[in-house]
Design a protein around this ligand. Structure first.
Ligand code: S3P
Length: 444
């Protein structure tokens, strides 16, 4: 549980943002690099790891389950893994802090092993639904020994003595559900298959292949995928270079678009096609985002992005784009508040179960800052203006992305925007405030 003191912050209208910035390593890949390193036989080296609280909690969990880890430099880690099926029962509950990804992926990894572990987290994570993970894991032979009401944390999970390979269709497009099933399937004999009707981020599949497992991905329907893992592989250590996180880059990127006269270069951004829905959408809105120096490294596409302040216009964002930009809606909603006309973001039901109810938090934050907006069903509708009013205080609800999105808003709005707590920014982007300040942001 997190008892850190509350740290409010105010963002004020500022002159142009300028310069180059390197945002931290991708959070999704960082969690997975540690988990797969812990499941490989021998030493895995990782560079560019995001050293945010979420990922550090996954590192602690891997150590509690028997892996050895050493930090050898900034973002550089070496991991001595225990092999698939080699986890030992942890003595203490595993505390994942604010991180749904860490908790759910490790639940999958534990579910395939004959050990029991207790999973816990902070006040935000204790509210998040875990049944979506526990249901398929039960089909694979794991048992939930105890859980709070509604399948919430804390949960004691007893992994399967002999994990059962299954074919599982995910009820929502979620890389966390897919990954939990595949991680449990690692220690099951035969083939474990996950079918998703909308493709979600594929870092688990890519990294499993990188570590020598056999993973076959086939199309399923118009936007879906069928992913089959051959169980009980020996995972072979392979070096992982973590590219910069496009979901963190979204904040300086939108700030540079909104603050007149800005030009910012964001370096080494991962351009995985399943992660760049925000760039597609902002370009449709009229944003000037140049992809410079596109390359491929360590199995992922990467590029530098040159972002120039641009007038934006409202657009209709289709629901089938949501999985490729699911974490970017808070900051897209802020961009929409500065766009000419109406932006409709469709199919956002999953935002209700993130670190906070992001649909409600964004609506309240925009209202507090004089923006006309509404929720219709699962759609968020924002009426833009060339310069949003600001002047409000935003409740961040233990949610890093709500805090960062509204600080970005305050850099371009008429009046300052205050957020009630920035503590949770450290979960994904510990250097956010100094980095933005170096680019010219006025935070105090
Ligand atoms: C993540 C998947 C997404 C995303 C989260 C990271 C992952 O969640 O919101 O920040 O690394 O697998 P869902 O899979 O629940 O959509």
């Amino acid at each position: 549980m997190n008892h850190a003191p509350v740290r409010p912050l105010t963002a004020r209208r500022t002159g142009p943002l300028r310069g180059r910035a390197r945002v931290p390593g991708d959070k999704s890949i960082s969690h997975r690099a540690l988990i797969f390193g812990a499941l490989a036989v021998g030493k895995t080296t990782v560079t560019g790891l995001l050293e945010g609280e979420d990922v550090l909690n996954t590192a602690k969990a891997m150590q509690a389950l028997g892996a050895t880890m050493e930090r050898t430099g900034e973002g550089a880690w070496s991991i001595h893994g225990v092999g698939v099926g080699g986890f030992a029962a942890p003595r203490e509950p595993l505390d994942f802090g604010n991180s749904g990804t860490g908790c759910r992926l490790v639940m999958g990894a534990v579910a395939g092993c004959p050990i029991a572990a207790t999973f816990d987290g902070d006040g935000s994570l204790r509210k998040r639904p875990m049944r979506r993970i526990l249901d398929p894991l039960a089909q694979m032979g794991a048992k939930t020994e105890e859980s709070a009401e509604g399948g919430r944390l804390p949960i004691r999970l007893q992994g399967a003595r002999d994990a059962i390979p299954i074919v599982y269709r995910t009820p929502v497009a979620s890389a966390q559900i897919k990954s939990a099933v595949l991680l449990a399937g690692l220690n099951a004999p035969g083939e474990t298959t996950v079918i998703e009707s909308e493709a979600s981020r594929d870092h688990t599949e890519r990294l499993l292949t990188h570590f020598g497992a056999t993973v076959v991905t086939e199309p399923d329907g118009k936007h879906g995928r069928r992913i089959t893992l051959t169980g009980q592989p020996e995972l072979t250590p392979a070096p992982v270079t973590v590219p910069a996180d496009p979901s963190s880059a979204a904040f300086p990127l939108v700030a540079a678009l909104l603050v007149p006269g800005s030009e910012v270069i964001l370096e080494n951004i991962m351009m995985n096609p399943l992660r760049i829905g925000l760039i597609t959408t902002l370009r449709e809105m009229g944003a000037s985002i140049d992809v410079v120096n596109a390359r491929s490294e360590g199995g992922e596409d990467m590029a530098d992005l040159r972002v120039t302040a641009s007038p934006l216009r409202g657009v209709d964002v289709p629901a089938d784009r949501a999985p490729s930009m699911i974490d970017e809606y808070p900051v897209l909603a802020v961009a929409a508040a500065f766009a000419q006309g109406t932006t409709r973001m469709r199919g956002l039901q999953e935002l209700r179960v993130k670190e906070s109810d992001r649909l409600a938090a964004v609506l309240d934050g925009l209202h507090a800052n004089g923006v006309t907006c509404a929720i219709e069903g699962d759609d968020l509708i924002v009426e833009g203006a060339a310069r949003a009013a600001g002047g409000g205080t935003v409740a961040t609800h233990m949610d890093h992305r709500i805090a960062m999105a509204f600080l970005v808003m305050g850099l371009a709005s008429e009046k300052p925007v205050a957020v009630d707590d920035t503590t949770f920014i450290a979960t994904s982007f510990p250097d956010f405030t100094p980095m933005m300040t170096r680019l010219g942001a006025d935070f105090s």
